[in-house]
Design a protein around this ligand. Sequence first.
Ligand SMILES: O=C1O[C@H](COP(=O)(O)O)[C@@H](O)[C@H](O)[C@H]1O
Length: 267
Amino acid sequence: MAFPRVQTSRGELRIHESLDDLSTDLVEYISELSDASVKERGVFTIALSGGSLIGLLGKLSEAPYNKTIDWVKWYIFWTDERVVAKSHPDSNYKLAKDGLLTKVPVIPSHVHSINDSLSAEDAASEYEFGIRQLVKTRLISVSDINDCPKFDLILLGMGPDGHVASLFPDHSVLGVKDEWVTFITDSPKPPPERITFTLPVINSASNVAVVVTGGRKAEAVCQAINAADVGPNSVLPARMVEPSTGKLVWFLDQQAALKLDGVAVSK
Ligand SMILES: O=C1O[C@H](COP(=O)(O)O)[C@@H](O)[C@H](O)[C@H]1O
């Protein structure tokens, strides 16, 4: 099936008629990036988010992807995590484990989840330490323009308030530049304690995909993408996603894209 792809100054837009179409396109995109990365580097480093995104990845565990993807080459991380037990319904790890990871032959030691027995601060610093070790060995690539990890793919969702990962509007966490993984204890969306990749890490990835569905997110999508709408809300976290050298793709359904009529299309 062919999907229209629109290039804008804010990355590529892929707007889909249905969640099923979006999910089909998204898993094909991930599969292609995985193939290219395994061919080039021998591994595929992917950072997942939580939320509605995970339900859209289900087709990865079905034919043909369950067989065609080189799952043993996958190294899996989280862009953000709620500081709760891994068995807790709020855990982003549990969501991905139940929805995908137990259904595909990933290697358990390649699944880099947080230590859920630590405080938010300690969990963030331990998670960053682990990533630093993998950057040293170049299992995770390093950015060409700073010392940040360069994940092959970072998958983001977005909340109706424009938050991505656990980077919330008007929160001081948006200004963290000298850490790769940081923590918050006052998330406006429960649960309050979370760890999160910082913007420099997200913006150093080779590929960033933002997956947004549903009409209640249409306004935030507009402010994140549509140049004409930059105003007091220009600090919307989703708008601060601007990969330095990597590629940004937005996977939207028609409801989420509803307010995007005035989007500046660059040819
Ligand atoms: O709290 C979170 O919310 C965002 C968005 O979730 P969604 O259910 O509205 O898609 C998610 O991307 C993030 O990982 C999660 O911790």
